[in-house]
Design a protein around this ligand. Structure first.
Ligand code: PLP
Length: 428
């Protein structure tokens, strides 16, 4: 049997699973029997450890009431800081540069309110035309709060092909009118990784602040924000980090900015020992904690503790290494098994450019997704023609990747997608 044929066999998939050093982590998660879950980049699955850490905070509430803030098994007063410290290794930061607070979009508001300091002649924000809509809405409203028109003051770098961004084009747009740059680490559709280090260097050479939205890379792709001197970053914890629906989000501020006054101040941004002095003058924490606003949503971040402990145990490099093997295997199988059905892979082949998911483009994508769900395979769909597939290092097996491609082939051969309308659902 030649190598190519062997690669497309179930035996080969099984061999890959046998060689997988993370295979035991599958048992840590609640996997639905018979279901193949490939949507961990929208909502990661529940792990037993996350469940346990959530139950611990509930138990603390039950036992201690108000005293849970200081005396619980997990004292809530320091919980955001604790989770920040645990997350720091995922982004290459010091423990006090990361805090859990609010939501992704709320954190972008906080950071834009803090880092966007328009002056005459330098009062524009640079973003890109492929980024997640919520980020754009936030930046538009921040400009409006300064009395600036988003139509002229929000500059969105264009994509040459509608899928990818060229760092050269972004750098070319960094002119003397730009005060702030906000870009994704990984594009939510194509999964392209931007060259964060290079972009940061170029921004700083022009006196521009730069921050990144890490929603699609946190927990899948390692970063070195300190080494690259990124000014700030923010991300959600419910995708690759499996913190649960609506989990409290993450925020990174480089320590050189610890003295910056939060654009949106609140009492949980206080120095811990000062907070309960209840003074009307704000003494901000000397850490990323200064950028918190109000009382943290304890029950919406408690699962994250169990999840982060697992990431600390495995190490992000190991997660990344398996993730790359999974996505490569998926793309190889698609190329060898599905080349006759009109699919196009819309994600980078180059490993240094590829995040934790892949995009499969097809003109019938919306209804192919529905047919996949009918077969208990969970992808997600993105307008206008994209099937997004995220095999997740901690809980997806190579056999499941193999099975997915076999089912796709069955759907195409039998035209099973024709049973559905080619339209997205309310939630895609
Ligand atoms: C998921 C995602 C968000 C979501 O923001 P929320 O405030 O958590 O709803 C924002 N930006 C990107 C790039 C995302 O992928």
């Amino acid at each position: 049997m030649d190598i190519k044929n062997f690669m497309s066999t179930k035996e080969y998939a099984r061999t890959l699973d046998q060689q997988d050093v993370l295979v035991s982590y599958r048992e840590e998660f609640y996997l639905n029997p018979g279901m193949i879950y490939l949507d961990g980049n929208s909502l990661g699955l529940l792990s037993k450890r996350a469940e346990k850490s959530l139950m611990r905070s509930l138990e603390d509430w039950k036992r201690f009431g108000i005293n849970g803030w200081m005396e619980g098994a997990e004292p809530w007063f320091y919980f955001s800081e604790r989770l920040g410290e645990l997350s720091a290794q995922l982004v290459g930061a010091a423990g006090d540069e990361v805090i859990m607070s609010g939501s992704t979009t709320a954190n972008l508001h906080q950071l834009a309110a803090t880092f966007f300091e328009p002056k005459a002649g330098r009062n524009k924000i640079l973003a890109d035309e492929l980024t997640f809509p919520s980020d754009i809405y936030a930046l538009q409203s921040q400009l409006q709060l300064h009395g600036l028109d988003p139509a002229t003051h929000l500059v969105q770098v264009k994509s040459r092909d509608g899928k990818f961004l060229e760092e050269d084009d972004i750098i070319a747009a960094m002119n003397e009118e730009i005060a702030l740059i906000v870009l994704p680490t990984v594009l939510y559709r194509s999964g392209q990784i931007l060259d964060i280090e290079r972009l940061t260097k170029e921004a700083h050479a022009r006196g521009i602040m730069i921050g990144f939205d890490g929603c699609h890379s946190i927990g899948a792709v390692p970063h070195w924000f300190d080494k690259w001197e990124v000014d700030f970053a923010f991300w959600c914890n419910y995708k690759h980090l499996n913190g649960g629906p609506g989990c409290v989000a993450g925020l990174y501020v480089n320590r050189k900015h610890f003295d910056k006054k939060p654009g949106l101040a609140g009492w949980f941004g206080s120095r811990k020992d000062k907070q309960f002095d209840m003074e009307h003058s704000f003494t901000q924490a000397n850490s990323a904690g200064a950028f918190q606003i109000g009382t943290p949503h304890i029950l919406s971040m408690a699962p994250l503790l169990g999840s982060l402990e697992m990431f600390a145990e495995v190490g992000i490099e190991q997660v990344r290494s398996k993730s790359l093997r999974l996505t490569k295997y998926l793309m190889d199988l698609i190329e060898s098994e599905l080349s006759d059905y009109g699919f196009n892979i819309g994600s980078p082949r180059d490993e240094s450019k590829r995040g934790g998911h892949i995009i499969l483009e097809h003109k019938e994508a919306a209804r192919i997704c529905k047919a996949l769900k009918k077969e208990a395979i969970i992808p997600d769909y993105r307008e206008p023609n994209m099937i997004r597939l995220a095999p997740v290092a901690l809980y997806t097996s190579f056999q499941e990747v193999f099975e997915t491609v076999q089912v796709l082939k069955k759907i195409m051969d039998g035209r099973l997608y024709e049973n559905y309308e080619n339209k997205r659902g309310i939630i895609a």
